[in-house]
Design a protein around this ligand. Sequence first.
Ligand SMILES: Nc1ncnc2c1ncn2[C@@H]1O[C@H](COP(=O)(O)OP(=O)(O)OP(=O)(O)O)[C@@H](O)[C@H]1O
Ligand SMILES: [Mg+2]
Length: 540
Amino acid sequence: MDQSFIGRQHILDTIRKRVTDLKEGYRQNLALLGSLHVGKSTLLARVVSDMDDHAIVPVYLDLENRDFYYFAFKLTRSLLYQYARIKGLTVTEDLPALLDAVGAALPLSTAQIREIQAYLEKGKFSDACDLVLALPETFTQETGLSCVIVLDEFQAFEDFGIPDVFSKLAARITTQKRCLYIVASSYEAQAQIILAEKLTLLFGSFEVLTLAPLELKAAQVFIERRMGQVRMGLQLKNFLADFTGGRPLYLDIILQELINLSAIYKQEEIYAPLVVQSIENLIFSRWGALSRHFELITNRLCSGKNNRLVMPILFALANGKHKVKDITEALAVKQAPVAQKLSALITEEVVEKNGGYFHIKDTLMRYWVKYVFEKRVKAIELEPGRQKKEFKEEATRAISDFQVQSRKDLSSRVSELLHCFDNEQLKIHGRFYKMPAFHDVRALKMRQRNGSMMDVIQAETEEGPWLLVLRKDPIAESDINAVADEAKKMGIRPRKCVLVSLSNLDEGARLRALEERMWIWNEMELNSFMSLFDKPYIVP
Ligand SMILES: Nc1ncnc2c1ncn2[C@@H]1O[C@H](COP(=O)(O)OP(=O)(O)OP(=O)(O)O)[C@@H](O)[C@H]1O
Ligand SMILES: [Mg+2]
């Protein structure tokens, strides 16, 4: 088993369940969505490599930046290769040799593949495509096996230049009952549109699974496993989780650098200066892997005279201007072109919109834009030493700021958050929250029945007070009753009650809270709000 694969148990279980269902004759196709570098392909590779079942043929195709030839040949070769492997025939990756090896056993499939080749030679792509899409059906009927067909970055099908390719695919998927299709995409908005409008199936639809960045706990485990013998304090681990926004790719690159630095400096434990050094090497230095990565992305976005506005928009976003009005004012330009560029940046998955807030989606990219890119573009003094010194000071400050923030108590962090809301409807993890503007936010203590004190925040809005109950340890059903009673006793008729809970709620407490029409925010909701307002994670 691949030891380097970490976490993702819940989503792996769901996919494995669907594979088992397929064997039992029930098929539910899946769509795996998640932003760039969040770990989709790694997860899918894991799913495929786990399938050592002789009744299921796995096929994995990554369509990004590929063409129809790739799709046609890789699909046909994969089917034949896996068949040969399962049946113990000679395996080779070469198509003519494969056709020879399995020709006798699979006359229909191999004949269809030869037909596909003939169409391709004549440049008849649309006909070839019809046959390629029909091939899994011929193959499963002929072999009696089931298939799991993974199409990574499936939105790229659109670039193959084949008319109505998604409706053709949908028609085939519908009839191929022995094939489980798993489509994946980094472009969530685009993928949702394709799923809803173009890849509509006659019976049932794709079950959408969303892969989120790693949460704090998972990131801590990730770091421990990667660092092996090299130690690192919890504060620094949490800092890195926050700094990378929980994206495994960035964690991987930074941790590798830290391991190298710890060997060079012969340190068995990582302290802040080494983290600063790794950030400098990777993010500040022009040829550092992450700096180069972001530079390529921004070069692509900013090139061309039509994209003149993109760079200043990115600078404004990275500097805390999140509304069209604020960006327009900062740039002294009209609203229409700003709005237009913002929506192009959303399509590119670089910016996300929530309510009226626009955001650079990738936390680390936001940091690079602000502290490296903008400084590099605007600096007059080109002396590299000074920029480097300033950057190092900034990175050191970022680490100590994070530590200061994470030592603050929950009620001051949540109070800070409340001050950020400004009459918006925000969507967090699929749920809408209408957040008013708060004024007069007060942290209070509430005595519980058992005599112990509970932290609450009372926050005034135009339409009456809100009551937020804060808990780090588990909340029981009786606690909810106590909150409701106490609120009455205190003479508060809260307009809204929010239960902020940093540990799991038991089911009874959850139901009781819902009955009382309280909202429940746990670590995930809370930290999504924090990152929406550029604030460091709240560490439970
Ligand atoms: N579960 C995991 N365990 C260990 N490492 C992981 C895991 N998920 C992702 N990674 C690391 O993060 C890197 C990026 O992940 P991956 O390429 O799977 O993301 P992706 O969502 O497919 O990205 P892209 O949008 O670029 O296609 C991997 O190369 C791997 O190093
Ligand atoms: Mg990928």
